[in-house]
Design a binder for this molecule. Sequence first.
Ligand code: B12
Length: 442
Amino acid sequence: MVNQFKNEPTYNLKAVVKETGIKPDTLRAWERRYGLPQPERTEGGHRIFTQRDIETLKWLSARQEEGLSISRAVDLWHKFESEGQDPLLSLDYDTGPATEPLKVLSGKTIDESRKAWVAACSEFDEDLAEQILNQAFAQFSPETVVLEVLVKGLHSIGEGWYRGEITVQQEHFASSLALRRLDALIAASPTPTRKRTVLIACPPEDEHTFSSLVLTYLLRRRGRRALFLGANVPFAQFSDALDQTKPALVVMTAQDLHTAAQQLPFSDLLAERGIPFAFGGLVFNLRPGLHEHIRGHLLGETLAEVPDAVERLIAAGAKPPEVEPIPDEYLNAIDALKVKENAVIAGLSHFLQDTSMDNCHMALANLHLTRGVLAALKLGELDYLNQDILWAQGLIENYQIPPESLIDYLRTYGEVIQNTLGDVGQPITEAMQSLIEELNAG
Ligand code: B12
């Protein structure tokens, strides 16, 4: 039998507990009941484990994460051994008919696992993608696999889509595999040991549930009662959910400017009710300082930081920070744009009908820009639009759309705002001009 893991007894119980996250009592019980693993003893009678023992424990724990009971996981281990296979090198434990020979081998680094997973998803090879994940879970801690394979893998798939190298179908396929695995991990996570609840939600119109699910899982692994409310959570009746769940903290994740602003009514309500509010997501990483406009706490730049940040906030009973009031001219522009949004869109369609822009792109651009403008006004800083425009500029270049169409579009948008809203639309018209200047300069 292949045995690539070192067999010298080297690690004491404390080191093994730290490395595997398995409690000492559980380790002893597995040894007593199943003889798996069976560490040697020092002269003083203390257990001393080999690297292989550690890998065995991680393997058993990974099977539990996948939903197997410990006795079933041990049976599976023995089944491999009885077939002359090393369980640590075997993933093909489907009890159904024989499947294709394994295409991956154990011992990959986590970076290699991620690349292999992304490649398998891009090939729509579901079996292989799943095998790679199973193997990674047997080799590394679940947190490592979630953060290093799923999170970074989806990130690189998203960037590939942006560059025009990955199709929407490949991205959706990879996302759905990642989401499915996270659901299974969450369903199999241990019963909470910490009583107070963390309520997690995506703001209205944010469909990006993946990060919220990751942080739900990370918090559950720490024994925290984390309740995920789902995508696109409406503000209406949110107060009732607070009454029912009495959270110690509410967390929202937002990936773009529009949904960052959608958090504002929630942050105000939570501040009024004295419930701490925290948030994070790509939009905050791309716009330093944006978080200062929301009455809550930024949880950091990465998902890995979230569990510690959450515990710190709960322990401190964090009070909401004060935010600068929004200038009156912005408030007036928001009211006017909301009332006349349909007229603005009709005006844009009229002026753009003879350009190269097709109706579908135009409808998307109108929706995104108007939402972006409203969000930037509500967050008190029209410069936050710059990032969106740079993103749109990169996207259209990557998809070979003529770059001047963006400048034409922004100019028309400014003119339509001027015609429809009059003076009250001045901050928006000026913002369009400065965006055009920036694009021309760059
Ligand atoms: C999967 C995906 C989708 C799926 C979501 C499925 C789901 N249920 O989650 C679907 C198809 C629904 C989708 C839709 C859209 N998407 Co999308 N999507 C993605 C993708 C590929 C992954 C999103 C994700 O889970 N990110 C989490 C991880 C993988 O991303 P990350 O940025 O590396 O995360 C790091 C940090 O940002 C940070 N972080 C992330 N979240 C959080 C949360 C907290 C609390 C903290 C502290 C930190 C943190 O920590 C991570 C590192 O540890 C990204 C690509 C990307 N780069 O993120 C695009 C992306 C987010 N989507 C994007 C866009 C534009 C859209 C759409 C508008 C597309 C469209 N034309 O309709 C819609 C909007 C839908 C909506 N109303 O919300 C853009 C956003 C651009 C921008 N910068 O504003 C991205 C970046 C793609 C791109 N490269 O352009 N999307």
